[in-house]
Design a protein around this ligand. Structure first.
Ligand code: F6P
Length: 317
């Protein structure tokens, strides 16, 4: 087989470990892999290079993606995708492994419909792909967020402040939920919980009156303007309040062992599936077992709220 490999959308720690796994597994099988630089944009522009094992040495523990990534909204146009297919044909590449999130999957399914054998591998810090329990990058972003929240707790407690910490996740609350539990946040606000501002302000006032030195609020991005919320908390509760947006720092860094392991398993699995003739699917893990789901179905699946973890929050925060 001649397999193309690209990373697209927001980068995620563990993308390099996945690239390494795909290249090594394919070469082991006697296949040829082509690294495609800068996502679908690079594919359209023909930035395609044959990869050897040497191309993927010393990258296992590196954050980011050696292939580079991009977002290409124009890929929704068939004419643009036709250019991509032409580039693949020019290099005799019949299969494509696409690493990324749901935007990446949307591109992959369209190419699949145009006759390219595609496999999607979930690489995003957001953990918002419902066809897998965990995405590659989530564990590392969680670890980064926890490290930051622990540090913010130190200073909040010293100054008797309330700290509002906004984490990424796009529209998925997992980074907020998991990091909030791991760091003992007093309040966790996500898409799933919604933001009940009156309740939050009243609860924080009670917390303050009860003599708590600090309060940690972890909130998902895209919920509200956290700096404005901090002003309202100050005005209403008696706490001094600061908001911190963790931002892009969550996307970087050396991948955790969990992400490296997932990358190794899913990268190899993607190659195995292509060899078996399975295409148009997204790989993942469910209950720690490898699974594949038609990409169309993976995109349509909704992330169910994690009832068990929300119950943990209700009972121990
Ligand atoms: O999808 C990953 C992610 O980091 C989201 O958490 C965030 O909303 C988005 O990407 C930011 O994207 P961009 O790099 O285009 O600013």
């Amino acid at each position: 087989m001649r397999i193309g490999l690209l990373t697209s959308g927001g980068d995620a720690p563990g993308m390099n470990a996945t690239i390494r796994a795909v290249v090594r597994a394919a070469i082991h099988n006697g296949d040829t892999v082509f690294g495609i630089y800068d996502g679908y944009r690079g594919l359209v522009e023909g930035k395609i290079v044959e990869f050897t094992r040497k191309n993927v040495s010393e990258i296992l523990n590196k954050g980011g993606t050696i292939l580079g990534t991009a977002r290409l909204p124009e890929f929704t146009y068939e004419a643009v995708r036709r250019l991509a297919v032409e580039q693949l044909k020019k290099h005799d590449i019949e299969s494509l492994i696409c690493l990324g999130g749901d935007g990446t999957y949307s591109g992959a399914i369209r190419l699949h419909e145009m006759g390219i054998k595609t496999i999607g591998v979930p690489c995003t810090i957001d953990n918002d792909i419902a066809s897998t329990d965990f995405t590659i990058g989530f564990s590392t972003a969680l670890s980064t967020a926890c490290d930051a929240i622990d540090k913010l707790r130190d200073t909040s407690s010293s100054h008797q402040r309330c700290s509002i910490i906004e984490v990424m996740g796009r529209h998925c609350g997992d980074l907020a939920l998991y990091s909030g539990i791991c760091c003992g946040a007093e309040y966790i606000i996500t898409n799933e919980t919604g933001l009940d501002k009156n309740k939050l302000l009243n609860d924080l006032k009670q917390t303050r009156l009860a003599g708590r030195r600090h309060a940690i609020v972890v909130i998902s991005e895209n919920m509200t303007d956290v700096h404005q919320l901090a002003k309202e908390v100050e005005a209403f509760t008696g706490y001094e309040c600061r908001a911190t947006i963790l931002g892009y720092v969550q996307r970087g860094g050396t991948p955790t062992p969990e992400d490296r392991l997932l990358a190794a398993r899913l990268g190899k699995y993607a190659v195995d599936l292509l060899k078996e003739g399975v295409t148009g699917v997204a790989v993942g893990v469910k209950d720690n077992k490898l699974v594949s789901t038609p990409i169309e179905q993976a995109l349509a699946m909704q992330n169910e709220p994690n009832v068990e973890l929300f119950d943990v929050v209700n009972k121990i925060s």
